[in-house]
Design a protein around this ligand. Structure first.
Ligand SMILES: [Zn+2]
Length: 68
């Protein structure tokens, strides 16, 4: 089974280990995580975790807006 890395903090969800502290049994594939699951390291939701890539919560556009 494939590991999925958190796009925000780099935490890696390991299906073989699951996430017992959050009620996810070992052997649970990433695809089978409950919608309520969130990254145990930084707390982003499953949707954001999935949508992934190295894209921070602030897109390039909002950075430009901050800079002016
Ligand atoms: Zn994270």
């Amino acid at each position: 089974m494939k590991e999925y890395q958190c796009p925000l903090c780099g935490y890696s969800y390991d299906p073989a280990a699951g996430d017992p502290e959050n009620g996810v049994a070992p052997g649970t594939a990433f695809e089978n995580l409950p919608d309520s699951w969130y990254c145990p390291a930084c707390g982003i939701g499953l949707e954001q975790y999935k949508s992934g890539r190295k894209k921070s919560a602030f897109g390039a556009e909002s950075m430009a807006a901050i800079i002016g």
